[in-house]
Design a protein around this ligand. Structure first.
Ligand SMILES: Nc1ncnc2c1ncn2[C@@H]1O[C@H](COP(=O)(O)OP(=O)(O)O)[C@@H](O)[C@H]1O
Ligand SMILES: [Mg+2]
Length: 281
């Protein structure tokens, strides 16, 4: 496998445009969360030719919280993640990671390095590599690990990969090519790759879209295991899944670029405005 790695082109650690995922980072030494919020969005507006995809959106996430975001298509959920990760600049408003990091002034790679990991809707694993190699590569893209490509894994690092394999339900699959995994397994692998970077805030955009019911249930278990270890924002349409992971936590309903409702699952499900625009009758 080391030969194979030597033959690879160096990774574009900064951009990852081809892979669509911010694998490039790790820890978050610099994140000051003394006031309890890991993310604070205030009055964020994003205009595309006058159309407001986000309209004075204000939302905050506490350290260790698992927040579910729901809302109809076009509500601005993905655009919100684009703002948080620096892919889209807001027209106005502020976005803070912890107390001090102003995300609106940071480049995408800096935001990834600061500890925000993002999973896009479609899986973006390295299909020609095994499951294990994918996790190893994710580790090697971690800038804390030097030198990046040609080092041997320590037993501690191998142990970490084993832990992640178990967590994402891929132990026993580590020598399979990622391209041969089911859609759901690819999604889990990608979550595992993000976890290798130990993100402080994990953004998951529709993680169970296209999954079988069994895979969806296992993904809910996985997220429940991650609860409290990372701050997590999950955008999802599958209400059974959201109910499963929301537990006693807050659910935020986005509509037309702003927060329409926020509260416990039962509370938002009973909200007339939410029923009107999203849940239907
Ligand atoms: N780059 C863009 N240019 C123009 N309009 C956009 C762009 N990105 C998103 N939009 C529009 O902004 C709105 C919100 O989109 P999006 O954030 O993808 O919604 P969601 O993820 O909630 O379905 C949609 O009406 C969409 O068409
Ligand atoms: Mg979307």
């Amino acid at each position: 496998m080391n030969d194979m790695l030597k033959n690879r082109e160096p990774f574009d650690i900064e951009g990852h445009a081809d892979y669509g995922t911010s694998y490039a980072r790790p820890k978050q030494e610099g994140v000051d969360t003394t006031h309890g919020a890991i993310l604070y969005l205030e009055d964020i507006t994003v205009s595309f030719d006058g159309f407001k995809a986000l309209n004075k959106l204000t939302l905050d996430i506490s350290v260790g919280e698992l927040r579910c975001i729901i809302g109809p298509n076009g509500a601005g959920k993905t655009t919100m993640m684009d703002v948080i990760t620096g892919k889209t600049r807001p027209t106005s408003g502020t976005a803070f990671f912890g107390q001090t990091m102003d995300l609106t002034t940071m480049a995408e790679y800096q935001i990834a390095h600061a500890g925000i990991g993002r999973k896009f809707q479609r899986p973006t694993v390295f299909e020609q590599h095994t499951v294990f190699e994918n996790l190893e590569l994710a580790m090697k893209m971690d800038k804390r690990v030097k030198p990046t490509l040609f080092f041997k894994l320590t037993s501690e690092q191998k142990g970490r990969i084993d832990d992640i394999l178990k967590l994402v339900r891929l132990n026993g699959q580590e020598h399979r090519l990622a391209g041969l995994l089911s859609h759901g397994q690819k999604q889990w692998l990608e979550i595992g790759m993000l976890l290798m970077q130990e993100p402080q805030l994990l953004l998951l955009d529709e993680p169970v879209a296209g999954m079988s019911d069994a895979e969806t249930a296992r993904t809910a278990e996985l997220l429940n295991e991650l609860r409290g270890k990372h701050s997590i924002m999950v955008v999802e349409h599958d209400m059974a899944f959201v109910t499963e992971i929301a537990r006693d936590g807050k659910v935020t309903v986005l509509h037309e670029g702003s927060v329409l409702a926020e509260g416990g699952m039962q509370q938002v499900q009973a909200d007339e405005r939410v029923i009107e625009v999203y849940l239907g009758r």
